[in-house]
Design a protein around this ligand. Sequence first.
Ligand code: SAH
Length: 453
Amino acid sequence: MGNRGFEKVTFSAPCVDLTFEGFGVTRNGKDVVFVPGMFPGDEGDVQIEYRRAGQLYGKLVRLSKKSPDRIDSRCPVCSICGGCVFQKYAYEAELRYKTNKVKEQFRKVAHMDVDVLPCLGMEHPEFYRNKIQMPLGKDRKGNIYTGFYKAGTHVIVPIERCYIEDQRAEKIMLAAKRLMKSMRIDPYVEDERYGIVRHLLIRTSKHFPEIMVVLVTNVDSFPSRGNFVKALVEACPEITTVVQNVNSRQTNVILGEKERILYGKGYIHDTLCGVSFRISAKSFFQVNPIQTEVLYQKAMEAAHLSKTDIVFDAYSGIGTIGLIAAKDCGKVISVEIVKEAVADGKRNAAQNGITNYEMYCDDASAFMNRMAKDKRPVDVLFMDPPRKGSDERFLNAAIKLAPKRIVYISCDPSTLARDVAFLSKSYNVESVQPVDMFPRSFHVETVVSLTRK
Ligand code: SAH
């Protein structure tokens, strides 16, 4: 964050667009300045704050004209927390932005003009997150607070209520903070490398009365641990399991390797599209259970499965997509690189009595290449890679394997567009359907259906 090469001037300007990250776009003469919390149609005074990677960023200091899409937000910290860039933007406008963002990325990155279906949003776009993780701090009076890091910093913004998180977690957070204070269990302070609890993580199930609390600690054992867990479960009997995760490294990664079950089974369950899944502290599981069902339904529709199809599910996590597809096709083969997730996936298949399912622990590209070399028949390929997308090795092998249909599920429209452009040598884009998995944030998930030329 260098401050050289610009002045902290204030200028007056309209907001003309939104960036990929949902920041308002303004102009000060020839300079483009990005402003969080400013929306198209707004006009106001902007103070330039900093330059990062050659780009100027500013702060809205006075609003002189309100965008017709500007709304009030109940969240007192939405302007500083950095999580919900759209708390003060009408939800319909946010959905239009997301639809348009997918279209734009195809145009910019892939030079493709694709029809994008309107982004599917939530009826009530709040309190949706099933996974809550917060760092902790202690104020001068010894009160413990939880919150989020202020965007781009390690300063905790204290938060009592978050409007996108499952409200059952709020009560548990409050009880945990109160008990930590009375039992003198200190939060871990990064700069001083002092204290015990680094993060509180809570996972709630939508379909079962099950809730997991994970205490991420800096040390392996600490005084009053047993009493703390006992008192927490007494105060919040809805908690069904408590896990301790030990992370003593200097890192931004929240979870460490070592885990200990302090209460209950160490995992919870939830169901998606009629299949039940076991979720442990480290499992990847989509954070919006309502919209995940919408997403997977759209993925299934896009796949047009028939009873004899052989389906390949790549980047499968704990097996969600493949296991949902299993009942409508002949056989599913899936591949995932994290071995705990593969163990969960195999257990999930057994638990649901799904027998036409095989899961392998491997790098998706390596596995795909072997499949192509062995000329294994595949009718439909589902692929759901992480944010960075897939790679050419995988995509080339996919083209060689030549499934009649590819369903690409993506949480990043720019890597999606890049990969679809690569596949478009051999595949036609049949449909592009954005789904709003993360209301109020700038993120958007997309399902693309591709058919072999
Ligand atoms: N389809 C799942 C998971 C999607 S997240 C779901 O909907 O829940 C992406 C998954 O890709 C993660 O589980 C991650 O561990 C896995 N992954 C990342 N790189 C991989 C690679 N090179 N090969 C196989 N899997 C990979």
